[in-house]
Design a protein around this ligand. Structure first.
Ligand code: ATP
Ligand code: MG
Length: 301
């Protein structure tokens, strides 16, 4: 598998304040990678470093094999970047702005722009400065996608988009992924990340605390399962199962919390005559909250 984004000890300090502490990342080609964390955790800093817009104060990173400092231009040619605070040039119309950028990039297939404009219902004939927030964001999305870059670095891309456009945007992200390209995005909208991301990383206070596939995170998570029995639930047998973290009985139903696989629990329960099984799949939001809330030891340095 090709790695398109790789960082080693990547760090950034602003004067005395360290925003990012030695991040090690490996993002494979053809995935949607959700980059998450509470406000101020360092998502924007990471994305701006990877886009070659900030200079790291520690470590290094490569995009498509090109060092983001030494080979900045070659890396940037392969990147589409949407800043978190996209403003464009207020005096230009969307189309004038996109043509200007397309020229800088040495030409863009204009049918791609037309297609993006239709899908997002973007207004390109109005001056960017007079557009609503969401309409301006659409211009920002088009400029990031229009040259069909290998890597998209998107900082909170759906900010300001209405739900229909948001859905179309997520479809666009999946299309890009299905073409084998890579999308690295930050977001605070967890259901949206759950809907598109293959992998997620969670930052806290400038440190990576988790990098995992979404499937694996879900498989490892605590899940609730309710088992109803013909007779009284065999509480002791259920509690004896290693994966069971909690079990309570009400009437003929046992309410159980399991960590990871439920198969051992189901094997233990089966001989006692199970009449109903209700499982509650953990959603990513619950999983993230456990990580967001987690205390991480303060700066060891
Ligand atoms: N130019 C700067 N000078 C000083 N400190 C900065 C600067 N830019 C960012 N920081 C600090 O670095 C930390 C990380 O900022 P960053 O913008 O990366 O956060 P974020 O994870 O994107 O947050 P949010 O989710 O709110 O967008 C914050 O504590 C922020 O105050
Ligand atoms: Mg940010």
């Amino acid at each position: 598998m090709t790695t398109v984004i790789r960082s080693a000890g990547l760090g950034k300090s602003y004067r005395s304040r360290t925003a990012l502490h030695g991040i090690n990342l490996e993002v494979p080609a053809g995935v949607v990678f959700g980059y998450l964390g509470p406000n101020g955790a360092g998502q924007t800093t990471t994305i701006r470093l990877l886009a070659g817009l900030l200079r790291p104060t520690a470590g290094r990173a490569e995009v498509c094999g090109f060092d983001i400092v030494r080979d900045r231009e070659r890396a940037q040619r392969r990147i589409g970047y949407l800043p978190g605070d996209f403003v464009g040039y207020p005096d230009l119309t969307g189309e004038q702005y996109l043509r200007f950028l397309a020229n800088l990039r040495g030409g863009v297939d204009w049918s791609v722009v037309q297609d993006l404009r239709k899908r997002l219902e973007a207004e390109l004939t109005t001056r960017i400065g007079t557009l609503s927030h969401g309409s301006r964001q659409k211009v920002g999305i088009i400029q990031a996608f229009m040259h069909q870059p290998e890597v998209l670095l998107l900082d909170e891309p759906t900010t300001g988009l209405d739900p229909l456009v948001q859905r179309e945007f997520l479809a666009l992200v999946r299309d890009v992924r299905d073409q084998g390209r890579t999308v690295f995005l930050s977001s605070h909208i967890l259901y949206e990340v759950e809907a598109v991301a293959d992998m997620v990383a969670i930052l806290r206070h400038g440190r990576l605390i988790v990098v995992e596939s979404v499937d694996k995170l879900k498989a490892q998570a605590m899940r609730r399962i309710d088992l109803t029995f013909e007779g009284p639930p065999p509480l002791a047998d259920l509690q004896a199962v290693a994966a069971v973290r909690d079990a309570r009985v009400s009437g003929s139903t046992a309410h159980i919390v399991v960590e990871g696989s439920t198969s051992a629990l189901l094997r233990a329960a089966a001989p006692h005559g199970v009449t109903q099984i209700v499982t509650h799949e953990p959603d990513l939001e619950e999983i993230f909250m456990t990580y967001y809330g987690q205390e991480v030891s303060p700066d060891a340095a």
